[in-house]
Design a binder for this molecule. Structure first.
Ligand code: DP6
Length: 332
């Protein structure tokens, strides 16, 4: 009745921004991402007969009302599948800040989905797990398969899921992640998705997304960084143009975000091949080849306002881990 899973966060190369069906998290467009080995969430779920209500501990403290409700709602989906009413104790820990545009809910819901289903004795196919994780947090479906991952938008719960397009070893890309703020974002992604269609730019982005996904897939399979970089940056600016022209607008970038973006463009002009992307927050991801990661990191660290730079490489899929070892270790 107990299982522990680990999941990596992911960075979107072509982003999910706007829903075709908000209740089911069916996205308006397909998306592509890379799992990030350095950013992970470990979650243990135990279902106990004596447990009266779900209890959720996140990073050592009891979850507040909103995250608790989100987790409980997701556990209800798993309970419905397993045909049980048992309540659970959930203990989850991420090694990076939550809610700052580093996709904490992607790894959190991917790990929760696998740990909860496994704790109830279910062994679900990867595609089924991916679709189920999507109901908790859209981008979580992309943290289930390993490496470079494509989320087919789909037209139903069963068809909206993510599959690996290349394993992590295919391309040792580096994501140098510049943290400029760890503050929780003021407007969450759910609200951002809801507001997106109010932007006059929304349709144009959605209409071009399938072509960008196809070009992005080819760039990954041929390890073509300039081609990938062009798509990364175009899609980032399009997504943020939508947030800034939604009603009411959302400004995720800070002056430091823009400073980093301009620096990356300037470095490229000097011959250092790095490309930026930004999710729903102020932090900037810089993608480059392994050989350039140290130099990109050094330059990012030197920029005023950059608090920390972490390097992430392509990560694996969500997996169960054995918590019986090391001896004496008990995450609960
Ligand atoms: C900008 O609805 O999956 O990261 O708030 O983490 O649940 P959570 O986000 P979600 O939206 C993700 C939005 C994005 C782009 C992306 O990952 O595709």
């Amino acid at each position: 009745m107990k299982a522990t899973a680990v999941a990596n966060a992911n960075i979107a190369f072509v982003k999910y921004w706007g829903d075709a069906d908000p209740a089911l998290h069916l996205p308006a467009n397909p998306s592509i991402s890379m799992n990030l080995d350095a950013l992970s969430t470990v979650t243990t779920v135990v279902f106990l007969a004596q447990q009266e209500t779900d209890e959720v501990i996140i990073n050592g403290v009891p979850a507040g009302d909103t995250p608790l409700r989100r987790v409980t709602t997701h556990l209800d989906r798993v309970r419905a599948l397993a045909g049980t009413e048992l309540q659970a104790r959930v203990v989850s820990r991420s090694n990076f800040p939550a809610g700052a545009g580093l996709a904490s809910s992607a790894s959190a819901f991917a790990a929760l989905t696998l740990a909860a289903t496994a704790a109830l004795g279910m062994t679900l196919a990867e595609e089924t797990l991916s679709a189920l994780a999507r109901l908790g947090s859209g981008s979580a479906c992309r943290s289930i398969p390993p490496g470079f991952v494509e989320w087919a938008a789909g037209e139903s719960h069963e068809t909206s899921l993510a599959r690996s397009i290349a394993p992590p070893e295919r391309w040792p890309l580096c994501d140098c992640i510049a943290t400029v703020s760890t503050a929780h974002k003021t407007v969450g992604s759910a609200e951002g998705h809801a507001r997106a269609p109010s932007s006059p730019l929304y349709r144009a982005r959605v209409e071009g997304a399938a072509a960008r996904v196809a070009a992005c897939r080819t760039a990954i399979l041929t390890r073509d960084l300039p081609a990938l970089g062009k798509i990364l940056e175009t899609d980032t600016v399009m997504m943020h143009a939508i947030t800034m022209t939604s009603r009411p607008p959302i400004y995720y970038w800070t002056p430091i975000t823009l400073r980093i973006i301009r620096a990356v463009v300037a470095w490229r002009a000097e011959g250092l091949p790095a490309y930026y992307t930004v999710d729903a927050g102020p932090n900037v991801h810089c993608l480059c080849e392994e050989a350039d990661a140290t130099e990109v990191t050094r330059r990012l660290e030197a920029l005023p306002g950059v608090q920390q730079v972490r390097i992430a490489r392509p990560g694996g899929g969500t997996r169960l881990i054995d918590t019986t070892a090391p001896p004496g270790y008990n995450p609960l």
